[in-house]
Design a protein around this ligand. Sequence first.
Ligand SMILES: Cc1cc2nc3c(=O)[nH]c(=O)nc-3n(C[C@H](O)[C@H](O)[C@H](O)COP(=O)(O)O)c2cc1C
Ligand code: SF4
Ligand code: SF4
Length: 254
Amino acid sequence: MVGIYFSGTGNTKHCVEKLIHLLDGTARAVPMEQKEAADLLWEEDFIVLGYPVQYSNVPVMVRDFIQSNSGLWKSKNVLCVATMALFSGDGAGCAARLLEKFGANVLGGLHIRMPDSICDVKLLKTSVEKNQRILRAADRKIENCAEKIGRGKYPKDGLYFYDRIAGFVSQRLWFYGKTKNYSDKLKISMDCTGCGLCTGLCPMGNLTLENGRAAAGSRCTMCYRCISSCPSQAITLLGKTVIKQGRYEKYVKE
Ligand SMILES: Cc1cc2nc3c(=O)[nH]c(=O)nc-3n(C[C@H](O)[C@H](O)[C@H](O)COP(=O)(O)O)c2cc1C
Ligand code: SF4
Ligand code: SF4
């Protein structure tokens, strides 16, 4: 068993690591952007695949990973784990359908509610207490799920036809292609001190230092990792200012 995940702000990383640990104390979880992920996919036959939903869809990076390793999925047992802030009809189903096209045996889908990773839109921010309650509920759901899987019962979140209708009508119909449209929209303000932190964090290699300041290219996949980590709060995407940065490890310390 191996966990392969993509995680912008640490939510999905936590969920996959916790689930994997409960299912098999010796199993590892690796981020998708590491080269090792494809090697482990080749070696292992049970994959826990985790990602955050973006507009009720699979992030571009995750879709690319699945497609660029299309020959490795045949007969693999896969559990799709989708984290989300509020709702996604078929967050797990979106990857499941693609994986089945490449011959994978999708055993289940798990939806886990986590804090919202979008930190520059006021409407989406909640209190620390509420986020901590969300995290406790998420941990309980993961523990429950691991216990049921131990008895051979897999969750089926997001895998039914009506989930697909819900995901389409509530989000994809309106936001389809939004992540592509935002691939070159990252804004870096004059508050940037040129510390370079973001350039090492971006999973897409989309950030560089130019003349002592960060500069963004056109490969952003809206993961919010750099925006949530910049010490000067100089990066924004959907909004104009950072309201409150949120990362998984920050919530557990608060
Ligand atoms: C661009 C973008 C789109 C998102 N769309 C949704 C969505 O459609 N539904 C939802 O419930 N959460 C949505 N979220 C919230 C994330 O899915 C959620 O916070 C997730 O747990 C982040 O996980 P991570 O820290 O592993 O990246 C979105 C976040 C981003 C950045
Ligand atoms: S992390 Fe922030 S301050 Fe540091 S280089 Fe990037 S944008 Fe500038
Ligand atoms: S530029 Fe920032 S938000 Fe965009 S993919 Fe890179 S780390 Fe994620």
